[in-house]
Design a binder for this molecule. Structure first.
Ligand code: NAI
Length: 328
């Protein structure tokens, strides 16, 4: 008989509860906490067997040690990226971790395209104008994607889905990925990618090597009027360097679905709060910057897959089976 386990579900949003609750098997008890997991909330796990975490839950050494002290044995990440986890520490403590490696690469790739088309055709401005019966086209001049050079950094699952889309637009697609040799696009060096691309899309994970990859030196190699799109992780770009480049008109378009300090901001309605983050507020003042609040993953299809895989991961842990999606 399968034993029953208790899972503390952190950073729970209304949509998480709606998606997870109806599919929860009887041998799993999910308890939803709206708080993110951090040093301050780790004590909430007393009496639980596992936690279920998302992108801005902090799984650093201190939090992991505290989880271990409370007898916790398993972390079910309901996301693909695991830069918020100290993998070595989890291994050392014997806490097993599984993730959802691919819930819908197309969801993120299509969101990346949505950001590009919004900026290139200024549909966000057009929408507001037409709402006010303003049909003036001045200021809405766009550009074709056809025949533009698109540089993709990271040709994994999302990068590959994105390349297929951009190939369909008739773009010249080049990529840089030290771990991949693909026929989908032309493999180039990072500096060649910077020099040749009209649009640069980031689809690599956040690692020590990619932290602030898009910094002053990288930007200086880019074409004037480049578009940079980041749907991967905020800290891959040095935000201040991007702000400087926007002021110098070097970066002509910047689209972000992620932001280095997003854990202080995203996933909550803060419309009646004073935002203290001056860097973020500066970004919002640019007419050529488009920001969404980490919603690349947020499609019906992707959420359904996240739910299914998370429960499969939990079932494998409960049944002591090899973890297909183990992070180690
Ligand atoms: P993946 O693991 O399939 O692909 C990542 C690729 O990046 C690999 O091919 C790897 O070789 C490459 N890479 C690693 N280091 C690199 C470097 N220094 N330079 C260039 N390439 C490098 O991952 P997947 O599923 O494609 O996801 C990519 C990232 O997208 C995730 O790590 C995550 O941060 C982000 N993501 C964002 C979401 C959102 O809602 N905005 C949702 C899901 C993922």
């Amino acid at each position: 008989m399968t034993s029953k386990i208790k899972v503390a579900f952190f950073s729970a949003q209304k949509y998480d509860i709606q998606a997870f609750k109806p599919h929860c098997p009887s041998h799993i008890e999910l308890v939803f906490f709206s708080e993110a997991l951090s040093e301050h909330t780790a004590s909430l796990v007393a009496g639980f067997d596992a936690v279920c975490c998302f992108v801005n839950d902090n799984l650093n050494a201190q939090v992991l040690t505290s989880l271990k002290q409370h007898g916790l044995r398993f972390i079910a990440l309901r996301c693909a990226g695991f830069n918020n986890l100290d993998v070595a520490k989890a291994n050392e403590l014997g806490i097993q971790v599984a993730r959802v490696p691919a819930y819908s690469p197309e969801a993120v790739a299509e969101h990346c395209l949505a950001l590009i088309l919004t900026l290139s055709r200024k549909t966000h401005k057009a929408y507001n104008r037409v709402k006010e019966n303003n049909f003036d086209l001045n200021g809405l001049l766009g550009f074709n994607l056809h025949q533009k050079t698109v540089g993709v950094i990271g040709l994994g699952k999302i990068g590959s889905a994105f390349v297929k889309i951009m190939n369909g637009f008739g773009c010249r697609v080049i990529y840089h990925d030290p771990g991949v040799n693909s026929e989908l696009a032309e493999h180039v060096s990072l500096s060649e990618l910077y020099q040749s691309s009209d649009i640069i899309a980031l689809h690599c994970p956040l690692t020590e090597a990619t932290h602030h990859l898009i910094n002053e030196s990288a930007i200086s190699q880019m074409k004037d009027s480049v578009m940079v799109v980041n749907t991967s992780r905020g800290a891959i770009i040095d935000t201040q360097a991007c702000i400087n480049a926007l002021k110098q008109r070097k970066i002509a378009y910047l689209a972000l679905d992620v932001y280095e300090q997003e854990s202080e901001l995203f996933f909550k309605d803060r419309s009646s709060q004073i935002i203290e983050d001056d860097v973020f507020q500066r970004l919002l003042t640019f007419p050529n910057v488009l920001i969404t609040g980490h919603q690349g993953f947020f499609t019906e299809e992707a959420v359904a897959e996240i739910v299914a895989t998370t429960f499969t991961n939990l079932a494998q842990f409960i049944n002591n089976e090899p973890l297909k999606n183990q992070v180690s």
